[in-house]
Design a protein around this ligand. Structure first.
Ligand code: SAM
Length: 250
């Protein structure tokens, strides 16, 4: 009787292990061999399903949102959920400013930013050419001529040195595969005294119904920006669910 009980118990435990695992974790052997020259990153075989198994300063990097999901970025409820105009007003832009919208997606923020810098320019940067095609189509359709689309790489936004007044990254930074290299190159692209601003869903709040890896704590954002010599300026808690965190290039 005893061995049978033990067997049943073991089977139940095994089943529970696989059920829990299939919900939130995944096993990825391929990533382990990627270990590159820089030691900024750690790689774990068991990791979140929503992540790539690569960790930076204790944070697992999220998977990139595919261009097929661009309609999600254009959902009307974003107006209420993310208050894009409030974000842009808080930037206090000059009409001649040069802005970089990094991880621009379908241009949800690029087009709204462009209206505020009629004598300046918005660089809309993304690594997915399909996203940039959408922006180019909308630019032409709406006769907008102060947005330049730029195809970046996973390590470099490919912007000219000291060319940008303000960088805005909305719901994007957490999915950069090489956050350290991206930020180093972004800092080079910003003019001295220029700003880098991030909007990220608040990870401190478990009630915000967004995947965990798509949220960041203010503390973690500060830690990561600190690595590349940026100075924290302020955090504006004016959005319903996101931090809006301002940094300056010294
Ligand atoms: C969740 S979407 C957000 C898009 C846009 N910021 C918005 O709020 O509508 C994130 C975007 O970041 C882009 N992305 C990911 N890694 C990137 C990188 N290293 N450089 C530039 N863009 C990147 C993805 O291709 C995707 O379009």
């Amino acid at each position: 009787m005893k061995p049978l009980k033990t067997l049943i118990l073991s089977l139940i435990l095994l089943l529970a292990f696989f059920l829990i695992g299939s919900q939130s974790f995944t096993y990825d052997a391929s990533l382990i061999s990627e270990k590159n020259s820089k030691d900024y990153y750690q790689y774990h075989r068991f990791h979140s399903r929503d992540g790539i198994g690569k960790f930076y300063l204790g944070r697992e990097i999220a998977k990139v949102m595919g261009h097929q999901e661009f309609l999600w970025l254009e959902r009307p409820s974003r107006e209420q959920q993310e208050k894009p105009l409030k974000v842009i007003e808080s930037l206090n832009l000059n009409p001649r400013d040069i802005i970089a919208d990094i991880g621009a997606g379908s241009g949800y923020f690029s087009f709204r930013l462009a209206a505020f810098v009629p004598d300046g320019k918005v660089f809309a940067v993304d690594i997915q050419p399909e996203m940039l095609d959408i922006i180019d189509f909308l630019k032409e359709e709406n006769k907008i001529n102060n947005i330049d689309t730029v195809l970046g790489t996973i390590k470099n936004p490919n912007l000219p040195q000291n060319s940008v007044d303000t960088v805005l990254m909305v719901d994007a930074y957490h999915e950069f595969e090489y956050p350290r290299e991206m930020m180093e190159n972004l800092v080079t692209a910003v003019k001295p005294g220029g700003r880098i601003v991030l909007a990220e869903y608040r990870r401190e709040n478990p009630l915000i119904a967004i995947k965990t890896l798509h949220k960041m704590t203010e503390k973690q954002v500060k830690k990561e920006m600190n690595q590349v010599g940026l100075t924290w300026e302020k955090t504006e808690e004016i959005l319903p669910q996101q931090h809006l965190i301002f940094f300056r290039k010294p």
